[in-house]
Design a protein around this ligand. Sequence first.
Ligand SMILES: [Zn+2]
Length: 224
Amino acid sequence: MFINQKVYCAEWKLSICIYQNKAYLQVKGTIMSLKSPEQKSGHLVLPGERLGVIEEFIPDSGTFEKNGVIYSKIVGRALLDLQNRRVSVYPVVEGVVVPKVGTVVIGQIGNAQSDNVLVRIFRIGKKKLSGNFGGILHVSDVSDRYVDQISDAVKPGDIVKAKVISDKNQVFHLSTNDKGLGIVYAFCSRCSTLLAEEHYDLKCPKCGNVERRKLAPDYGKEEI
Ligand SMILES: [Zn+2]
């Protein structure tokens, strides 16, 4: 099988593969179809509406299971958490936010491959999320300058401000290729201390290590 894009996350022990515009989960070497998101994250669902099957998802809040099929219990928005394979429905009330194409989000960089990283999105604009969403940042969307290895620009543990550029295949694709976007907090690779900005580079106040990232202009000032 030719896989167009694959991201592995050791912490979550799974890979998300994109193949011919469909997303698949790879768990311990087994490739599972994700065609069952019968509902897309963020879609409005009604009570009794089918969300998926228990082979692929664990039913969470706002859902119920009958004969192996997961249904919505309430009127709300279906949320598919691909990392934890949970499906939940959040009630439609004002203030509930889900990532949308074009919105700016704050997240933490997860495991890095040579050309992409997973991002755990926990804030949209000024609003903290009720759940976590997984996103992917690809090396070609990091900067308008050429970036060889994504780890030259972002590292696991960093806090990033990024924009959602696509939600294709139920995966939020992110970009930091904009003046206002990039890393807002970064930690020393040697001693994990918060790095301080110094002449366009980052310097560790504890061990003196100098590192580089694709920085946001408000590095160190973003409220998280
Ligand atoms: Zn250090």
